[in-house]
Design a protein around this ligand. Structure first.
Ligand SMILES: C[S@@+](CC[C@H](N)C(=O)[O-])C[C@H]1O[C@@H](n2cnc3c(N)ncnc32)[C@H](O)[C@@H]1O
Length: 274
């Protein structure tokens, strides 16, 4: 039986939050959830946390289409278990991967060691960690940019711009206007003995909200066991014109994009040239 306080909290948290109000906890750095996430990253059969291997190869081909033979200084933000960094190191580039998930970085480090790849992996929050300077290529891949609030977006874009070399390139992806087809407000719940969120019994209240004027969706999971934790994932979706204008507003001279590579996920990939 839920007590009064718990009910009050659930009521409070299940109403639509003020846009960009944070949850209580971050899924990516939870020691238990990280294990499931790593499995999801490495599963080649679905696109849940990282894209399928053939898609990643296609994205790298697109990133490098005009640069095949040059050895680049490359920084991957939110590199996860190193699916892009390891491919780039194999191609001879000087690679750094940054992620705040210890579990993913440990996997990436071991993988690099086993495969004799020289990759510098750093555990850190990309909003706070200082980036290496003079990078030829910086990437932020799997629609992670749209998760950030507008002030965080400005912080990271400026950091990226300032860390790129003279002709440096920033590659990122974001949900596009087709994503709105997926943006229905809905709610559901799950009761599990053990599952994605916890190794023991829990109740999860799942909600999807849409902030139409701001073009932002929110996926919220309230996970209840002996305590209540709230996980929130905002996703800003953009028209191509809006994203090009945003990238140019921090100084990028030219931006090109590809609507086809990940069209199945209603996303567009951008290349911004300094
Ligand atoms: C959706 S996954 C994508 C991973 C990788 N880019 C890929 O496509 O395979 C997002 C990754 O970003 C990391 N991440 C999220 N926010 C971060 C932050 N503020 N600082 C560093 N890493 C972050 C997560 O730990 C996770 O590994």
């Amino acid at each position: 039986m839920l007590n009064k306080n718990t009910l009050k909290l659930i009521k409070k948290y299940s109403s639509k939050p003020v846009l960009y109000e944070k949850g209580t906890d971050m899924m990516w750095v939870d020691p238990y959830i990280q294990k499931h996430l790593l499995e999801a990253h490495l599963n080649p059969n679905h696109d849940a946390a990282s894209r399928k291997p053939e898609k990643i190869d296609q994205i790298i081909d697109w990133i490098l289409e005009d640069k095949q033979k040059i050895s680049l200084k490359y920084l991957d933000l939110g590199c996860g278990p190193g699916l892009y960094t390891s491919r780039m190191a194999r191609l001879g580039h000087a690679v750094t991967g940054l992620d705040f998930s210890n579990n993913s970085i440990n996997y990436a480090k071991n993988d690099a060691k086993e495969n004799q790849l020289k990759i510098d992996y750093i555990v850190g929050d990309y909003l706070e960690t200082e980036f290496k300077k003079d990078q030829d290529l910086i990437s932020l891949i799997y629609c992670d940019f749209g998760v950030l609030s507008q002030s965080e977006q400005q912080i990271i874009l400026k950091k990226i711009y300032n860390s790129l070399s003279v002709n440096g390139v920033f590659v990122m992806d974001a949900y596009n206007l087709d994503y709105v087809k997926e943006a229905n407000e809905k709610s559901s719940y799950e009761i599990e003995d053990s599952g994605f969120w916890r190794p023991h019994p829990y109740l999860a209240l799942n909600q999807a909200f849409h902030y139409q004027n701001e073009k932002v969706t929110l996926e919220q999971h309230i996970v209840i066991d002996h305590e209540i934790k709230i996980y929130r994932f905002y996703n800003h979706y953009y028209s191509n014109d809006e994203m090009v204008a945003l990238l140019k507003s921090v100084g990028f001279k030219n931006v090109i994009f590809n609507n086809d590579i990940v069209s199945n996920q209603f996303a567009t990939i951008y290349k911004a040239f300094k």
